[in-house]
Design a protein around this ligand. Structure first.
Ligand code: PXP
Length: 238
């Protein structure tokens, strides 16, 4: 069974809404670890819309599990990564106008460029994962870069509109996983996974880690709201 990497970007998104200090993603990471998370995942975006460099550096000093840094393949991000040294790096495509990561890297078209970043990072002892769609051409190109891992993009599966589509997309992921392993790649998955669609992905042969953020933080807000309101009522009325 795969391990769970908890993506805490959305904690930072709430903090950035007020540009203040609460809620602190460092505290969230500690709670996640106490609850059994096997790793903490953060995406340091070029526009710094949620996670800040301060968060990344403090997480590096404080967490007990694995720190997975998601980042764009740019010289600026590579310099930060080489300095902070996360346990592994997931290279993702990044466009400023997107709401979240939309689709996997086009490794087929950018293999040489990405391969240079992979070499540099892995040469410094940081294993690299490439976030890709489960397409044979992308997986073959990923293996050629020398990256140790791929993270299969599960967003299309998560957006399936009916049982038939869901079944088809699960097959695409299963076949992609099989090919990745045949190519010598280690296997992670993530994006859009929820309490309803994750189990089937967890059961794909060879799956090592699932990176999940939005669904966990959404549930935390709703299951925690009742207690938070009761605590404020008590504070006001005593
Ligand atoms: N994996 C990657 C590469 C991502 O970019 C994201 C979103 O930041 C996730 C996993 C987590 O996705 P979600 O928040 O939809 O669970």
């Amino acid at each position: 069974m795969p391990t769970l990497g908890v993506n805490i970007d959305h904690i930072a998104t709430i903090r950035q809404a007020r540009r203040g200090t609460d809620p602190d993603p460092i505290a969230a990471a500690m709670i996640a670890e106490l609850a059994g998370a096997d790793g903490i995942t953060v995406h340091l975006r070029e526009d710094r819309r949620h996670i800040q460099e301060r968060d990344l550096r403090l997480l590096r000093q404080t967490i007990h599990t694995r720190l997975n840094l998601e980042m764009a393949a740019t010289p600026e991000m590579v310099a930060i990564a080489l300095d902070v040294k996360p346990d592994y790096i997931t290279l993702v495509p990044e466009r400023r106008e997107e709401v979240t990561t939309e689709g996997g890297l086009n490794v087929k078209a950018q293999g040489d460029r990405l391969g240079k970043f992979v070499n540099q990072l892995q040469g410094a002892g940081i294993p690299v994962s490439l976030f890709v769609d489960a397409e044979p051409e992308q997986l073959q190109a990923s293996a050629k870069t020398g990256a140790k891992f791929v993270e299969l993009h599960t967003g299309t599966y998560a957006n399936a509109k009916n049982e038939e589509e869901l079944k088809h997309e699960l097959e695409v992921l299963t076949n992609g996983g099989k090919l990745a392993i045949q190519l010598g790649l280690r296997l992670n998955s993530g994006h859009g996974l929820t309490y309803w669609n994750t189990r089937a992905v967890a059961q794909i042969a060879g799956m090592e880690e699932l990176n999940i953020g939005h669904s966990i933080i959404s549930r935390a807000v709703l299951v925690g709201l009742d207690r938070a309101i009761r605590e404020m009522k008590t504070l006001i009325s005593t």
